[in-house]
Design a protein around this ligand. Structure first.
Ligand SMILES: [Zn+2]
Length: 146
């Protein structure tokens, strides 16, 4: 991929945790979203490099797990943000296709609306997260056998 990146964009890889969290807080407020930071032990106890969201357009919650890499935290935030602020018709696509679509939309939203660019490594990581949903629907719905 390696598109030439313009200089007047924010690159979370080179931002401090304070800058990044300030940006995510502003964006959350803009969209009426409450941003929560999970510790390692809530939910099923595995919040390492994972995030969640709930809610709908205009009001919602984003739960960010514990990330070892701040850029992965930000790209996950944009992914969850797009889940909440855009209304998708999910009836015709699988969970994996939906997650990939949300990721591409999140990258576009980050770049066009927020002037935020991610590194190839972060994009690759995010896409890999989506691919873990491969055949998810078959497994869940049709009793898929490995
Ligand atoms: Zn998702």
């Amino acid at each position: 991929m390696s598109l030439k990146q313009p200089n007047n964009y924010l690159k979370p890889r080179y931002m401090s945790p304070e800058q990044v969290r300030g940006m995510m807080m502003k964006l959350s407020e803009k969209h009426g979203i409450k941003l929560h930071y999970l510790n390692g032990n809530e939910g099923d106890g595995d919040n390492a490099n994972r995030s969640f969201c709930a809610g709908c357009i205009g009001s919602g919650d984003i739960y960010l797990g514990v990330y070892e890499d701040i850029e992965l935290e930000v790209i996950s935030f944009f992914h969850e943000l797009v889940h909440v602020i855009f209304d998708f018709d999910r009836s015709v696509i699988s969970t994996m296709q939906y997650e990939l679509y949300v990721t591409f939309k999140a990258l576009e939203y980050a770049e066009k609306e927020c002037k935020v660019l991610f590194s190839d490594d972060a994009i690759k990581w995010m896409l890999e997260q989506c691919l873990t949903y491969h055949r998810w629907d078959e497994r869940e719905v049709r009793g898929y056998k490995f």
